[in-house]
Design a protein around this ligand. Structure first.
Ligand SMILES: [Zn+2]
Length: 114
């Protein structure tokens, strides 16, 4: 069994990376386009040029939230358990995506429902 501390390290490293990306994007979006970032991560007014950056920014914020949830789950001892079927998530999957909330089977079901 892979130790949770190993995943924790993966998650913390990824968190640092993402926080850096988010900061850079915030700076870019604000300085280049004069966008006004509100607390909820929305922009008051943006040029269409920044739309791409904005999408990436949103995506990164979402991932950051997922990482924080995963870190909480490690502390609570619920990490690595699928939120749908409550089976253990394959460790190989967690190594690639340490903030995964669902096992591969459930993930597929969710994807199909979308
Ligand atoms: Zn599952």
């Amino acid at each position: 069994m892979t130790q949770n501390s190993e995943y924790k390290e993966l998650l913390l490293n990824r968190k640092k990376e993402i926080e850096k990306i988010i900061k850079n994007l915030e700076n870019e979006l604000q300085s280049v386009n004069g966008c006004d970032i509100k607390e909820d991560g929305d922009f008051a007014a943006c040029s269409t040029n920044s739309e791409n950056n904005y999408l990436i920014y949103k995506q990164q914020l979402k991932e950051l939230k997922e990482i924080e949830e995963a870190l909480l789950a490690i502390d609570k001892g619920t990490y690595g358990i699928c939120k749908m079927c409550e089976e253990e998530i394959n460790p190989e999957r967690l190594k690639i995506k340490p903030f995964a909330k669902y096992c591969i089977d459930c993930r597929e079901i969710i994807e199909k429902e979308k």
